[in-house]
Design a protein around this ligand. Structure first.
Ligand code: URA
Length: 263
């Protein structure tokens, strides 16, 4: 294990709380031409600040264990064979994620639940149905976007993924994002948002604002919008929560030049 990753892991475990370390996910966006629609620049963007510069994933091949993996299918194959953490022992199926290989929009959730573990597909249970509705309301189909998770195997009993599990799994997500090269990432819920943004801020403070997800110094970053997880939405199915998620998605749609399928 690389020294910087060990260092980060030690810090995570030492702090004994979720997402309190400042690990950065950086890398190369493999195909900068993948984005065809320009993004406007007038949104509120939180730039990487100095304390976010500490990184476990720098852009050189040595630091990116999957740099040689050139297709999403090969990443999926690696995920299915992965035994890097204890979740491999309890999973039925690993869940690499699925969707358009050059999607302009990627949804990142927390980790597979029971249905996803049974089928090997991301977001196919109750929360997945809600996500499908949200995607439809945005005028898109699931096949138009890419859907995946921070961790690729189900944490037993749907517990939160642990920092060591996230650290082992992050290279898969990072490489998926590099290969897809989306313009926009929607982080579904606190775990995805905190992991991708290296913060311990609560989702209520993060959602509704655009952040940056940096692939590398040379490639323009993707925009990242945190919003509530569909499971949270289902548990708190109030007008207010629904309104907030819809407002977040409308901002995303505006950035991507999408028209609502809603009347
Ligand atoms: N919740 C998630 O975060 N991901 C899934 O794939 C399903 C439910």
């Amino acid at each position: 294990m690389r020294t910087d990753m060990k260092h980060m892991l030690a810090r995570h475990l030492e702090l004994d709380s979720f997402f309190t370390g400042d690990f950065s996910i950086r890398g190369k966006r493999s195909d900068p031409t993948a984005s065809t629609m320009p993004l406007s620049t007038d949104s509120e963007i939180m730039n990487d600040t100095a304390e976010h510069q500490d990184t476990i994933f720098s852009n050189d091949a040595d630091a990116q264990p999957l740099a040689h993996v050139e297709t999403l299918e090969d990443i999926a194959a690696a995920v299915r064979q992965c035994r890097l953490c204890g979740l491999a022992q309890t999973r039925t199926h690993a869940v690499p994620g699925q969707g358009h290989p050059k999607a302009r929009l990627v949804f990142v959730g927390e980790g597979p639940g029971e249905d996803e573990d049974a089928q090997g597909l991301a977001f196919v249970g109750r929360a997945g149905k809600k996500l499908t509705e949200i995607i439809g309301a945005m005028g898109l189909k699931r096949e138009d976007v890419f859907i995946c998770n921070v961790v690729k195997c189900r944490p037993p009993g749907n517990r939160d993924p642990r920092p060591d599990e996230i650290i082992q799994c992050m290279p898969y997500l990072k490489r998926q994002l590099e290969l897809i090269g989306p313009q926009m990432i929607v982080a579904l819920g606190a775990h995805a948002a905190r992991t991708l943004l290296q913060t311990d801020e609560v989702i209520g403070k993060l959602r509704g604002r655009f952040f940056e997800y940096r692939f590398s110094q040379d490639v323009p970053p993707a925009k990242l919008m945190p919003t509530y997880h569909p499971s949270y939405l289902l548990r708190n199915y109030t007008l207010e929560t629904r309104r907030r998620v819809w407002e977040d998605m409308q901002k995303v749609m505006q950035e991507l030049g999408l028209k609502s399928a809603k009347p």
